[in-house]
Write a protein that binds this ligand. Structure first.
Ligand code: SAM
Ligand code: DTB
Ligand code: SF4
Length: 345
């Protein structure tokens, strides 16, 4: 049986950013077989290893709170099989224009007042036009001035667009690989895996932190989940933020009738993400309403240390903020106090 702790040592001994970068580069050589072997560990052993890794990398029980706002909803030309915002699927989501700056800042102020650390602005675009970038940079500046970490997810980015966002003060850019390369083809046809890798590389080159994860429970096999995490863990360096979404099946999308993943397999996925990306914020993302409290508690035990916070994701629901505060308090978890960006590069 593979002992991951002997093949990958914790990164706590590293003192400088340059040292960390070097170590992460050297560490990025996981094989799919190694990651499958982690998935196959006895459950308690997997949890033990995940907890040890977590403890060596983060202070005890600090959970990051990230609030989402859909600044441009629906009408998207892409065909992502899970997404209620794709224009081609008959869902309840109606296409809207880009929000006004004032509305965005109102939402950001409310998020800040509710205790959020990060504000993530999402747009249902294949890619932004340059005039969209101008409008979004004004939003970024305004949100940052409130003292929140900023994140945006606007689709594919060219190098110059990434640079403009970085110069406006964008801390994180979210762009997901979503799944393994081979399963990807059965979910999305209008944009390739390499396009996603190119955007991530443009984000890195512009000096921003990368938020990159995906969705589980879309009908992929365990091997494909392992291949997906291998891709993420082998990014050099791996992402600072890793959102793990459980598919929210939405009526009208091709994945509307997808059977939910076994909750224990979801917890395993979180644990393997933690072990393979020790210093990343692993976010328990979409699908928390359906997971219930006990499974969420297990996810925190497995190393999740970030959640989407606020009653709305982009177009679907999320637990009430009050309910989340109660859950964290009951579990004895604290919320991340510092809004300082954890840049690993
Ligand atoms: N349009 C941009 C893009 O695709 O990069 C940004 C927004 S898009 C909605 C961001 C991510 O949300 C997707 O990559 C996917 O991982 C996640 N997502 C979308 N619909 C979902 C669903 N029904 N369940 C879980 N996650 C979902
Ligand atoms: C991510 O990985 N999950 C978020 C965020 N990045 C943009 C989006 C989840 C969307 C869930 C479906 C919806 O609300 O439309
Ligand atoms: Fe469009 Fe993003 Fe939805 Fe894909 S996930 S359809 S790109 S909004």
């Amino acid at each position: 049986m593979l002992d991951a702790q002997t093949t990958k040592k914790p990164l706590t001994h590293i003192k400088s950013r340059a040292g960390l970068r070097k170590e992460l580069d050297a560490a990025g050589n996981w094989t799919v077989a190694q990651i499958e072997a982690l998935f196959a560990l006895p459950f308690n052993e997997l949890m033990r290893q995940a907890q040890e890794t977590h403890k060596a990398s983060f202070p005890e029980g600090d959970i990051e709170l990230a609030t989402l706002l859909s600044i441009k909803t629906g009408g998207c030309p892409e065909d992502c099989g899970y997404c209620p915002q794709a224009a081609r699927y008959d869902t309840d989501v109606k296409a809207d224009k880009l929000m006004d700056l004032d509305q965005v800042l109102e939402a950001a102020k409310a998020a800040k007042a509710a205790g959020s650390n990060r504000f993530c602005m999402g747009a249902a675009w294949r890619e932004p036009k340059d005039r969209d970038i101008e409008k979004v940079t004004a939003m970024i500046k305004g949100v940052k001035a409130l003292g929140l970490e900023t994140c945006a997810t606007l689709g594919m980015l060219e190098a110059g667009q990434a640079q403009a966002l970085q110069e406006a003060g964008l801390d994180f850019y979210n762009h997901n690989l979503d799944t393994s390369e081979d399963f990807y083809r059965s979910v999305i046809s209008t944009r390739g895996y390499q396009d996603r890798l190119d955007t991530i590389s443009n984000v890195r080159a512009a000096g921003m932190s990368v938020c990159c994860g995906g969705i589980v429970g879309m009908g992929e096999s365990r091997e494909q989940r392992a291949a997906f995490l291998t891709q993420l863990a082998n990014l050099s360096p791996y992402p600072e933020s890793v959102p793990i979404n459980h598919l929210v099946p939405v009526a009208g999308t091709p994945l509307a009738d997808q059977k939910p993943l076994d909750p224990l397999e979801f917890v395993r996925t979180i644990a393997v993400a933690r072990i393979t990306m020790p210093r990343a914020r692993v976010r328990l993302s979409a699908g928390r309403q359906e997971l219930g409290r006990a499974v969420q508690a297990m996810c925190f035990m497995a190393g999740a240390n970030s959640i989407f916070y606020g009653e709305q994701l982009l177009t679907t629901g999320n637990p009430e903020a009050e309910q989340d505060r109660e859950l964290l308090a009951e579990l004895g978890l604290k919320t991340k106090q510092s809004c300082k960006t954890e840049v690993l590069v």
